[in-house]
Design a protein around this ligand. Structure first.
Ligand code: PMT
Length: 221
């Protein structure tokens, strides 16, 4: 059973959005509420795993039995997640910014009379999931999420391969009843060996249990 296989394992889960500061009062963020990743952390802890949850800025209570590390930016999340290695399993449910302001202004950016445009220089953030999956201390199982508005399967399989993941759970975003903020979701889970499964539609709490079943079944010895 999942609890026999996962008991005592170190599982690191990321959840929530990241906020990339533009200046002391503004940031670039996204719609992730943290619900999906917090549900995964909760399920894993109930199954007896030692769970560390690295959370972006969200307003959710810490699941019972879970160690929580709060971060704000993609850079901070990268550092906090990598610092948790070695681990048995990594599950990246966070919606991490792909680009962040090259530097945050130290004072509030002011508009000037007649100014119609403002250029912000953004630079790529480091990919936490890809770095974990190619690390010398790679966890035995690395699981990503993919949030897509279209071409869900093709993009998800692309990420599975490019980031060298074992599993990817794809969800549709930009529609109601799945993805960001909603209590419910549908996950299409693709494995590196070609297998796939659709989980849901169901509450994120139930999907988290189902996803951990799949993970437990696929854990290499
Ligand atoms: O938080 P909720 O409101 O419950 O919403 C849940 C969710 C939609 C956020 C979640 O189910 C989900 O899909 N999370 C991943 C969102 C996302 O950023 O997907 P992506 O396709 O942009 O990224 C692919 C994967 O790479 C993700 O596992 C992401 O954590 C990871 N990544 C991306 C960029 C980066 N710099 N580092 C990363 O680790």
């Amino acid at each position: 059973s999942a609890s026999e296989r996962l008991r005592g394992l170190r599982i690191v889960v990321s959840a929530g959005p990241t906020y990339e500061d533009i200046d002391p009062v503004r940031f670039i963020g996204n719609r992730s509420s943290g619900k999906m990743g917090f549900a995964v952390a909760q399920s894993a802890a109930r199954l007896g795993a030692q769970v560390v949850l690295v959370a972006g800025p969200v307003s959710l209570p810490t699941p019972d039995g879970v160690t929580r590390i709060d971060v704000r930016s993609a850079a901070q999340m990268h550092e906090a997640v990598l610092a948790q290695l070695p681990a048995d399993i990594y599950i990246g449910a966070a919606a991490v910014a792909d680009f962040a302001p090259a530097q945050a202004a130290s004072n509030k950016i002011k508009k000037t009379a007649g100014q119609d445009t403002l250029n912000l220089m953004l630079v790529r953030t480091r990919d936490i999931l890809a770095d974990i999956a190619s690390h010398a201390q790679r966890p035995r199982l690395v699981v990503g999420f993919a949030a897509e508005t279209d071409h869900v399967e093709a993009y998800a399989r692309g990420k599975l391969q490019n980031k060298r993941l074992d599993l990817i759970a794809a969800n549709r975003v930009g529609v109601s009843g799945s993805g960001f903020e909603s209590d419910d979701n549908t996950l299409a889970v693709y494995a590196a060996d070609g297998d796939s499964r659709v989980l849901g539609p169901a509450p994120k709490t139930a999907l988290a249990d189902d996803l951990l079943e799949l993970i437990a079944a696929r854990l290499p010895a």
